[in-house]
Design a binder for this molecule. Structure first.
Ligand code: CP
Ligand code: NVA
Length: 312
């Protein structure tokens, strides 16, 4: 089967957008957050959500966001489509593109979304894969700018935990916006080398810095932002016990946070495994910006939909 010659712009990774496009998206999201008047950007258009995994924030933010832009959203649950099982990925891509104007995919394997994008005649948005979570990255960097000012040069972000999909997208966002990011993971759970290389190249261009190590105290020392995510991601449940042991000492708690700046904010993409990677005291405490960060999924994804819609 022949792939579609791509004139279409996809959002499969933060690597798909140039730094100036990222700034455009963030600025548009800020305007959309301030000005809540009804819009018609997606009038007459439909957004399809094809999900292989559960979701609260991603599903809700795209559904509500599409409605607020005057469009219509359709959710297809993990039980329905059977990407690559009931039907080939390429056939699903070609059918969805005949009916919907944008498709948001949440997939087990990143290759699925890459294959889908090769056959899709409409923009494909990555709503989470095992390797990246670029919509989360947008909301994360938006929240950091909101709390720490628009210029991220000199802002230090500490990421403590698993070098996973969320870490990969955060690395690329920080690198493209000139921030400094220190990533502390247990040995064997580092971010993938290819994301490290992409982030290093982007950081060289922006004046940012990405550093990886294994010591959570080193990462958090004097940081402006302390970020963590679950130790066991969706699909890794069989590794739960091994991971709990490996991540011992990587919990974001009062003792660890004491090493950051006194006005540091705490971020978590949610859902949290309370008592594992983060304590209740910190997640619910005065330094937590976690629920603003969750809300910001709505504003940043509306900006993304406007931007992708406008490009068709
Ligand atoms: N953070 C995030 O993507 O949440 P959901 O898995 O609930 O969509
Ligand atoms: N790393 C987590 C993120 C959930 C939003 C996972 O993939 O399950």
């Amino acid at each position: 089967m022949t792939a579609v010659a791509s004139r279409v712009r996809h959002f499969v990774s933060i690597a798909d957008v140039e730094a100036d496009e990222l700034w455009t998206l963030l600025d548009l999201a800020a305007r959309l957050k301030t000005d809540r008047s009804p819009r018609r950007d997606l009038a007459g258009r439909s957004v399809a959500l094809v999900f292989e995994k559960p979701s609260l924030r991603t599903r809700l933010s795209f559904d509500v966001g599409t409605a607020q832009l005057g469009g219509h959203c359709v959710y297809l649950s993990p039980a329905e489509v059977g990407l690559g099982r009931r039907e080939s990925v390429s056939d699903v891509a070609r059918v969805v593109g005949r009916m919907a104007d944008v498709v948001v995919l949440r997939v087990n394997a990143h290759e699925t979304i890459e294959e889908f994008a090769r056959y899709s005649e409409v923009p494909v948005v990555n709503g989470l894969s095992d390797l990246s979570h670029p919509c989360q990255g947008l909301a994360d960097i938006f929240t950091i700018r909101e709390r720490k000012g628009p210029d991220l040069h000199g802002v230090t972000i500490a990421y403590v935990g698993d070098g996973n999909n969320v870490a990969h997208s955060l690395m690329l966002c920080a690198a493209k916006t000139g921030a400094t990011l220190r990533v502390a993971t247990p040995p064997g759970y580092e971010p993938l080398a290819r994301f490290r290389q992409l982030a290093d190249a982007a950081a060289r261009a922006s004046g940012g810095r990405i550093e990886c190590g294994t010591d959570p105290r080193w990462a958090v020392d004097g940081a402006d932002v302390v970020y963590t995510d679950v130790w066991t991601s969706m699909g890794q449940e069989q590794e739960y016990e091994r991971r709990r042991r490996a991540f011992h000492g990587y919990q974001v708690n009062a003792q660890l946070l004491a090493g950051a700046k006194s006005d540091a904010i705490v971020l978590h993409d949610l859902p949290a495994h309370r008592g594992e990677e983060i304590t209740d005291e910190i997640l619910d405490g005065p330094q937590s910006a976690v629920f603003d960060q969750a809300e910001n999924r709505l504003h940043t994804e509306k900006a993304l939909l406007c931007w992708l819609g406008a490009r068709r």
